[in-house]
Structure formats: C-alpha cells, structure tokens
Design a protein around this ligand. Structure first.
Ligand code: HEM
Length: 541
C-alpha cells in the first residue's frame, strides 16, 4: 500500500526529482559565505565547557517540580480522576498551578516522551535561553513528522524545516529566509489574499441568509478552508477553490480540505496521547501517511504545472516572481519540501488564530465598533480592496491582531533544547535539556499586562495610557511567532492574511456572542474548544 502511494508520488512528479543539486546562483554563493561565517563563529558545543557562574549555581538535580513515581512517572497526575492533581485541567492552568507551587523555574519529569522538560516563568530566563541558543537553535520536532520524513527522504530530501536540526536546518533555512522573510515578498500577495478573504465574506453572507444570522457548528471549518486557500495561493501559485460552495465530495480540493482538517488531529492522537502508533503501524499511522502523501501528491502536481510554465517562457525578474517561482529557481527539491512545510504549518495555525480573534471581537462589541470605525474610514465600500497602504495606515487593526495573538496564540510557549551548559534561574542546566518558556501564562497575567485577561487592543498603541502601555514590557514575553533565527518563517504572511481577513469581516459584518464564554484548550495547538456559533448581521453601508 505504502509502496504504491510512493510510486504514485514519483509518477505524478518526475520533474521535481530530476535535479537534486543546488543551482550556483549569486544568492547561494552569498548564503554559503554566511554559512561559513556562522560555522566559524560558533556551533553546537562539542566540549563540556561551563559558564563562569556554573559553580555558584545549584545542581540540576535540585530543580523543584512534581515528583514522578516509579513506572508511571507523572502521567497519573494528568489521567487519573480524583487523585491526579492535574486531571481535567488544560495545560495553561496546569502550568499556572506548577508556578504557584514551585516558583519561576521547575522541572516536569516522567512524561510520555521520556524527556524531562524545564519550565520557565521568568522573562529574564527566557532571554538567557535565547541568548545562549547558538546559531543552530534546536527545537524538538514532532516525532510522527520525523518518521514520515525518514520514510520519504528519497522523494523529499528538503521536507521538514520544523524537524531539521543543526547545520542541515541552517542551510535550508538561510536559503529560504530571503524569499519568505522579506516584507516585499509577502506584500506582493495582498491582492490575492483580498480575493480569498472576499470569498470568505461571501460565504459568511450566504450563511447569514441561510441560518438567520447564526453561524453553523461547522463554521470553524470555513476558516480552515480560508487558511488553506490563502496558503495555496503562495505555495502553489494556485487558487485551489477551497471556499467554493457545493464542492464535489470526491474532488481533489475537497479531499485536500479533508486532509488538512485531519492532519493535526491525527498527529495529536499519535504524538501527544498515549498511543501504540508511536511504535507500530496502526490505523491512525496509516491514515496519517495517506493524508501526507495526498498533500504531497497535490503539491507536486501544481509545482510541476508551474515548472512547465517556467520552461515555456523566460523566468520573471526576481522582483516580480512568486515565492514558488523563487523557490524553484533556487532548487526544485527545496520548492517541494517547503511547499509541503508551508501547507502543514500554515493551515491550522492561521485558521485557529482567526477563529479565536473573531470570538474576542464578538465578545467585545465596543472594540469591534472601534475597528469598524477604522475600516469604514479606510475602505469606502464594503468590497473596497485592501492594499499594503491600507494596512500600513490601519493602526487599530495592527493592535487588534497583536491582542488576538496575546490571548489566543497557537501554543502555550516556545521550546528550545539547550545547545550548551547554561545557568538559568540559579540552576545548572546541562546541554541537551528541553526547556519551555511559558509565554501564555505571563501574557495573561496582570504582572506583565494590566487587566491581563481582558481584550484591550489599545495597550499596543504608542499613545496608550501609561497603565496600559506595553512599551516597557519585556519583549521576550509576547512571542506568538517564537523568537530569534528559528522563529516562524511564515509570520509576515500570516500577519497579513489575518489583517486582511479581519478588516474585511468587520467592514461587512457585526459579530455577536450570545452564549456562555468560549472555552480554550490545548490539543496539540491552543485555541477555541467549542463550535464558533457566532451571531452575524450584515452592516448597512
Ligand atoms: C498565526 C499563524 C502562525 C503562528 C502563530 C505561527 C507560530 C509559529 C511558532 C510559535 C513557531 C516556532 C518558532 C520558534 O520555535 O521560535 C513557528 C515555526 C514555523 N512556522 Fe509558523 N506560525 C503561523 C503561521 C505560519 C505560516 C502561514 C507558515 C507558512 C508560510 C508557517 C511556517 C512555519 C515554519 C516552516 C516553522 C518552522 C521554522 C523553523 O524551524 O525554522 N507558520 N510558527
């Protein structure tokens, strides 16, 4: 079965695998120079060097934290009703409890992964981690994607940026960075993102008419379709048609949507929950391979179509060409790997943040009205296109998106593995230890953000009253896209996607939340846990 799928990948995309060598472009030469420079500067610490304050620090073994019991470790605390002290709590609440009990640094041992995790709650310690992460920061990847990558490495040598480590990661990332991280490259997608957001607005209009303003239980799927369509425009130069109504259930687009919706549910079941799929080929593991293979096949099909177009006409000048064309000019295998990486990393994330954001706007009608005031001033009509100039002027919108990412990020924090021995919070932390910076706990705490649990976009505006201002807040606390050279490569795209969609939605609709407060939970990612049954009214003009 697997072999058949694998053959069909080759069958569908022979061109992509013809060339494995990186073309010797000027850009590559510059990257190589930079790479050598970093290599000479520093690397993973292969010695056992200790920092100067090592001997004054307390030993690693003294770190406080919930004590694991033999065999079951700390697992019982999470899974056993009544006696498990973390049972039924969501991860941020567990972290808050651990902080109350053990302070700003602690250790969680005896987890399913078998690796202990150091938990940090002091922003100064976050800073120490990032200042010592080296030039090849290590973030442990998802085991199931590692396994898939290993299986398909002949077909996709470059796939898995989030999974790559060390020198291999650095080479890949520094080639792709200039393409994805330059603002002008993201901004060239503003027009296309407008069209995608218009389709989402049309679908919301349709749902308003159909259901008397009540969004259906499946409304979040609409938002995931929006994020898949938005990322397809970038990675495949293609409008996939995900937001079309009445898609045939056997159509390629519908299958791609189904795969996108299942992907992280499967990864959650395999990597996070106790599961035999970690060790053997279970139905969930087989399904995950099918899902990833289908996504890969579809990506290959469209990439090869772009290659055909590129072969028949001269390549555009760098300025004008799309992200996919630029990646293809760099290296065909990188284009394949990166398009799948972006598709995996770009769907659940942006869709989820948009869902959380629409909830916060609907719960806070006066903030929504303030945003609408800005939208009406910037967009004459409900369908006026949003340009990069509009976005630059939309200061309240920028603040709204930041505030959404503060309260509804995709994760409770960021992880790194220490590349060398380091002293953190007065303790010796040896190299090779996983550390979690618990950003969400601090982002929602009154210590760092006044009225921390409230949705107040004004705190991000430079003229904000002193008591609300975030000007003096430690910059390591609010890091929804991570920090440093390993931070999210899609953050510019994602921010623009969110800004355009939110501005259009608020320009067109009034959102209300006539229900109990939404519950948020961590299931792989953090986000809304119940259907987003917004009540929506079209605005008059
Ligand atoms: C609101 C949406 C998004 C959020 C909140 C988000 C957040 C993050 C975070 C927290 C990380 C880890 C950073 C670190 O360890 O310092 C990350 C990594 C990554 N993200 Fe995003 N992301 C979003 C959207 C996207 C999109 C649209 C793409 C694709 C273009 C993308 C591609 C990636 C990739 C490839 C990595 C791995 C980078 C590496 O390991 O070098 N993300 N993202």
């Amino acid at each position: 079965m697997l072999r058949a799928t694998f053959r069909s990948i080759h069958h569908n995309g022979p061109k992509v695998f013809m060339s494995t060598s990186v073309k010797a472009t000027t850009e590559n030469a510059a990257n190589e120079k930079k790479f050598q420079h970093y290599k000479n500067l520093n690397a993973l610490d292969t010695t056992d060097t200790q920092p100067s304050d090592w001997n004054e620090a307390r030993p690693f073994e003294d770190l406080p934290g919930p004590k694991p019991t033999p065999i079951v470790g700390n697992l019982w605390r999470f899974v056993l009703p009544k006696i498990g002290d973390f049972y039924g709590l969501d991860f941020p609440d567990i972290l808050r409890r651990i902080r109350e009990q053990y302070g700003d640094i602690s250790i969680l041992k005896g987890l399913l992964s078998g690796r202990p995790m150091v938990l940090l709650f002091n922003p100064k310690d976050f800073e120490t981690i990032y200042r010592n992460e080296g030039v090849w920061p290590i973030r442990v990847g998802l085991p199931s994607l590692d396994r898939y990558r290993e299986m398909r490495k002949d077909a996709m040598p470059s796939f898995g940026m989030p999974q790559h480590q060390g020198e291999e990661w650095f080479k890949y990332r520094s080639m792709v960075n200039p393409i994805l991280m330059q603002p002008r490259n993201s901004l060239q997608y503003a027009d296309k993102m407008n069209l995608v957001a218009d389709e989402l607005v049309d679908n919301i209009k349709f749902l308003v008419e159909q259901n008397n303003g009540q969004m259906p239980k499946t409304f979040t799927n609409e938002l995931h379709k929006w994020s898949l369509e938005s990322i397809g425009v970038v990675t495949l130069d293609k409008h996939l048609g995900c937001l079309k109504r009445n898609l045939d259930k056997d159509s390629e687009t519908q299958k791609l949507i189904d795969c996108a919706l299942q992907l992280f549910q499967l990864i959650y079941k395999i990597d996070i929950l106790p599961s035999m799929s970690k060790f053997m080929s279970t139905p969930n593991w087989k399904k995950l391979i099918q899902v990833l293979d289908f996504m890969l096949q579809t990506n290959l099909k469209y990439i090869n179509q772009t290659l055909d177009k590129l072969e028949t006409k001269k390549l555009d000048e760098d300025e004008k060409s799309s992200v996919l064309q630029k990646l293809l000019k760099l290296d065909r295998n990188i284009a394949v790997g990166m398009s799948l990486d972006m598709m995996i990393a770009g769907i659940d994330t942006t869709g989820r943040v948009l869902a959380g954001g629409l909830y916060y706007l609907s719960k806070n009608p006066e903030k929504q009205a303030e945003l609408r005031k800005e939208a009406v001033a910037l967009l004459k009509n409900k369908d006026t296109p949003i340009t990069k100039e509009t976005l630059a002027k939309a200061s309240y919108l920028q603040a709204v998106v930041k505030e959404i990412l503060r309260l509804a990020p995709i994760g409770v924090g960021n992880t790194r593995t220490t590349p060398k021995n380091v002293v953190i919070g007065g303790y010796q932390i040896p190299k090779g230890i996983d550390v979690l910076t618990c950003n969400l706990v601090l982002c929602t705490s009154d210590e760092y953000f006044s009225r921390g649990k409230e949705f107040i976009p004004e705190r991000w505006i430079p003229s904000a009253p002193k008591e609300l201002s975030t000007k003096n807040t430690n910059p390591f606390i609010f890091a929804p896209f991570g920090t440093g050279t390993r931070g999210c490569i899609g953050r510019r795209l994602a921010t623009m996607e969110l800004q355009i969609a939110i501005l259009k939605i608020v320009r067109n609709f009034e959102l209300e939340w006539p229900h109990e407060d939404m519950v948020f939970e961590t299931k792989m990612f953090y986000g809304i846990a119940r259907p987003l049954e917004l009540h929506v009214k079209s605005v008059n003009q």
